[in-house]
Design a protein around this ligand. Sequence first.
Ligand SMILES: [Zn+2]
Length: 420
Amino acid sequence: MPLTDSLVQKLVVLGRVTDEPGKLTRTFLSPAMKRANALVAAWMKDAGLKVRVDSVGNLIGRLEARQRSSLNTSHLEPKTLILGSHLDTVRDAGKFDGPLGVLLPVVALAELKRRGIALPFHVEVIGFSEEEGVRFASAYLGSKGYCGKLTAADLAMRDAEGISVGDALRKFTNGKFSLPEPAHKRSDLLGYVEAHIEQGPVLEAEKLSVGVVSAIAGQSRFKLTWTGQAGHAGTTPMNLRRDALAGVAEFAVGVEAIARRTPGLVATIGSVIVSPGAANVIPGQVVHTLDVRHARDSVRRAALMQIGRLATRIADERRLTRRWQRTQENGAVGCAPKLTATLARSVQAVQGKSISLVSGAGHDAVVLSSLAPVALLFVRTRDGLSHHPDEFTSARDLDVALRVMIDFLERLAAENLDNR
Ligand SMILES: [Zn+2]
């Protein structure tokens, strides 16, 4: 599998480009991100792409459509297919999350070039500069820049050292930064296709290398504060207590039950802070997070209503007060039916079977869906593990993903021969 070897080797080499010795960490506009861009740019050029970096640090490799033949009388400009993912990482990351979706199309296009196959549409392969939200605690700065979605509020966010996004970008562009326009008009695009590790256990359970995503789950996040009465753990009888933690415990089990009986719903209380937090004091206040996700917004909203009623009942019965604060709200993103069907046919052809998955995590495709129809290919991850140095996808699975990408490009070329 020389082609797969080339992909594996690139993933390994890129996985060594880091800001922190001994572990893989690459954050927005960091020295390692610049070195990563230079490295991937060289591979893009080898594959025949023309490379540039935009004003928010996205690496863009462009391959022009083949020249129209004299037989083709159409004067329509060929459309553009966007492929890619992000090149930034979390702290102490694995080497597949993000880079896979950039390097897979680079290797696929290099192979098409070797075979002498030219595509009837333009291709842009993008390594987005920021997706993980590490430096500024806000995700998608790269794809938002590409789609013309960056706002003044985004530019005002500051990192741990007090540097704003705007200042960082002005420095990056030698003072020439202005808010970018969308890189394309929607009507000029065939779509955006992203390959990404699954970061979950479904493909492993199904014993499949790849699967096609039908939708990216919508998500609501809250911070809840429950207040009761702190008191002496030895002298306050049980019937006189207003224990905030006991109420939250009942709430957590109730939320779990709602999620279990709602197909496809996931709900998580991931962080709990108990005050005063002493062994001999009844918990007077508890602050915790709640994260609720589903592929259909109506199901998520209905579940949130149930969860709200549950909280009211528990608070009344236990004489607690509670406060909800919504910290994040993203609607579900449906993948484009036609593009996804083409991708599924490629998966079917290469793997013999195609299954459809919901993405519980957000990806660059969420932002790109504002600009283009999107499709998302998931590749199996060992033990569903990601955001960890042990994150792993086997060469066999990478080989399947690579053959799917090549088949997909050829299939899309056949579909677009007539309507350019
Ligand atoms: Zn990712």
